[in-house]
Design a binder for this molecule. Sequence first.
Ligand code: NAD
Length: 369
Amino acid sequence: MTLTVEDTLTLEEIVVSGYEKVVKATDAKSGLQALICLHNTAMGPALGGTRIYPYASIDAALNDVMRLAKGMTYKSALANTGLGGGKSVIIADPKKDKTEELLLSFGRAVHRLEGGYICAEDSGSTTADMMVIRKATPYVVGLPHKKSSGDPAPFTTWGTYRGIQSVLKRINGDSDIRNSTVAIQGLGSVGAKLAELLFWAGAKLIVSDIDKERAEHIAKRFGARLCAPEEILSAECDVLAPCAMGGVIHPASIARMRCRAIAGCANNQLLKDTDADELMKRGILYAPDFVINAGGLINVTEELYLDGYNPVQAQEKVHGLYDQLMMIYDIAEQNRFSTHTAAVALGDYRLKYQLGKRQIPIRLHHTDV
Ligand code: NAD
């Protein structure tokens, strides 16, 4: 006798212009309410994290997932990962609502997209959650197995460090970090490691975190000047490195800035695209966030090869973010538009001619867990 379990999961497609596929996944039994967004798969399957957050409405969740998925298309196109852009959100409180049933139900939704979308850990979700989702679908990356890429933060940190070198090269004619002043906002997984690398390279550091204890610890350890969270964006420095949250660059913060360049890992640093034009007017060089912070994405992509993850290949590519950024500054200068506009234009060009389209099919190492 075969026992069939009724799948109460439903997938409803939402048609959105400019997006390949947006689906709403609902399962009354598990309480799942999720959106999976495939912005563009011209280069390869869409890869992007699964955010778990108690959005106030489905519209708020839809706006977020669309913005994030589109961002992943450009990040991937510029980082040459041979992947497309996608993202997913589960409307739930990660502290209260996360159950195995909910995650399995989400996994089944991902599976129904037949590999068009590959999920990964993001804010509100953990590696342990991805292990649960994997029971329902192989389309998951960043799992703890022997062919996995592991923690992305060291790679994001090195990419950010290379980005800081790139802006210094542009503003000083020399990428040497020694004696430059760098102000870091946020001392978490990336910010703390960045402070350490910069310390050893001889930078003068100004640091800030809303976690006072953490900030004091890092300041003491690396001889940094401690700065109040509300003052870090206006600290006098060569390079401001936003490494906390998004939306920190806006007209009011720009007006108070006393930095010569901005190069940090935070996602979506600009509140609006036009804020990049304001930075340009003020003569502040901006390393576009979705280029400088691609180290973690580059790293995870490396586990999709037949033999699994190779840190040396990831290292080389992350190191190359310096050249990628220098090219973007050149395009911006030649066309007299912002570095953000230059990065988007380069992404559009790569997408139009499918430069960097995946040639080797991806290999998911789920059987090796
Ligand atoms: P994290 O959560 O480990 O650290 C963030 C830190 O910022 C925390 O210590 C927090 O207390 C602090 N913070 C929050 N608000 C602040 C404020 N107003 N002022 C000062 N400090 C504040 O995060 P992370 O992994 O280090 O990532 C940092 C940023 O980089 C995020 O925007 C993330 O999306 C982005 N990013 C991270 C990676 C990665 O590999 N971890 C990759 C790409 C992008």
